[in-house]
Write a protein that binds this ligand. Structure first.
Ligand SMILES: [Zn+2]
Ligand SMILES: [Zn+2]
Length: 176
């Protein structure tokens, strides 16, 4: 199938993206793989291990993604499996730009630079993964579709709010 062929987004599909060809999904679990294929994670797509899905427009997320926003989903660590390449992850953490004063540590592939997840010192036991690393792109449309946008006051002017998605200024506070 060529990259330009029409895609049926209503069922699982794994487009040619990066070097790994062994991503998979089933009704309960799926893989996330870095661009070069050295690092692969396995996570639940439903149930108690899935904490939340969200888009973040904060300044750090622009820098870290080299794009205008980050598309995230949080998984409880006890439900997250490193299939391969854990030793190939580099960790870089800092707290200077984190409003809460927490340290955010980024874990990215040492070979290709894909950011696989972030961990906040303020939310132990949870990892923030990237929707774009999930191999089954159907999940980007369905189970992993963002539930909220945060730091919307930082969103670039040429992007519009996502239809039907909760809009939050600043970081998310479950008590609000
Ligand atoms: Zn890689
Ligand atoms: Zn952010």
């Amino acid at each position: 199938m060529s990259a330009a062929a029409p895609v049926d987004k209503s069922k699982p599909y794994f487009p040619l993206a990066g070097s790994a060809r062994d991503g998979w999904s089933n009704d309960e679990e799926a893989t996330a793989t870095c661009f070069c294929g050295a690092v692969q994670l396995k996570f639940p797509t439903q149930g108690p291990g899935v904490v939340e899905t969200f888009v973040c427009h904060c300044a750090d997320c622009r820098k870290i993604t080299a794009s205008m926003f980050a598309s995230n989903f949080s998984i409880a660590d006890r439900h997250l499996t490193h299939v391969r390449g854990r030793e190939n992850l580099t960790a870089f953490g800092q707290s200077r730009t984190i409003g809460s004063g927490n340290t955010m540590t980024n874990h990215f592939c040492s070979t290709c630079g894909t950011l696989m997840y972030r961990v906040s010192s303020g939310f132990p036991g949870m990892s923030i993964l990237r929707i774009g690393t999930v191999d089954d792109f159907h999940l980007h449309e369905t189970k992993l579709k963002p539930q909220r946008e945060q730091f919307v006051e930082r969103r670039v002017e040429w992007l519009h709010p996502l239809d039907g998605v909760k809009q939050v200024e600043g970081t998310y506070n479950p008590e609000n």
